[in-house]
Design a protein around this ligand. Sequence first.
Ligand code: SF4
Length: 283
Amino acid sequence: MNIIVAKNAGFCFGVKRAIDSAYEAIKNEGPEIYSIGPLIHNELVTDDLRQKGLIVLNDYDEINKLKSKKIIIRTHGIEKNVYELLKKNDNKIIDLTCPFVSKIHDLVRDYSEKGYQLVVIGDKEHPEVKGIVSYAVNDIFVIINDKEARNLNIDKNDKVLVVFQTTTNVENAQKLVDILKDLFYNIYLVNTICNATQNRQEEVKSLSKICDVMLIIGSSTSSNTKKLYEIAMTNCKSTYLLTNSSDTKNIIINHDAKIGVSAGASTPKYLIEEILNNVRNEF
Ligand code: SF4
């Protein structure tokens, strides 16, 4: 079969570091280790971590009750007030916030203190963006579409800093940047979309233009996996999102089709291999 697997499919640097560190922490410092929210957006991995002893906290009340415990902060980072609460309660923090995300926290805090108006291009409901927003000392705006960009309540002469959710869609971000450049005279853009995301999206864009079928592997709860699916769909209508190996039973592929494969940043290698084996055996 003609199968092309994207070079950048699967775990990115930040996720790999977080997972390795979490398993190590459970082994060396367990059994009672907590994480704020699921460590990554992949149920196969988070279920395994849960079975090995990682306890996932889902709301502020649960977090507030913890005193002197070991707590993992995931790659997305957390809101500043939650971080301060953990410290106040004398918890041991294992901070696995991706350095690319921490850099955005620093930018937002520093430029907000300098009096800049702040704009984040991303999804306001995403935990990473909630964390970024919490580092501003003044107002901060989150936009995702043309309408929100044009309706920003910022004076055209104000100094404006624009940053990006690390996994935001590159093409959409470029479109919004063009609008913002027309609206504001003093605009400072820092491209905080991480390389892993950009490379992955570019590869999927190219592959989806030359393949008959695209397989995107990862969880439907993963922001970067969903973006890959959207990009592939734009060029290839036979695009499938596969979350586990049995999903290959629900798809149709002609034996002579050219198949492109990519996977989100939180997709484990073994799942990609299982799905490739199924495709080779079933079609
Ligand atoms: S996608 Fe990029 S920012 Fe997010 S964890 Fe991976 S390397 Fe870090």
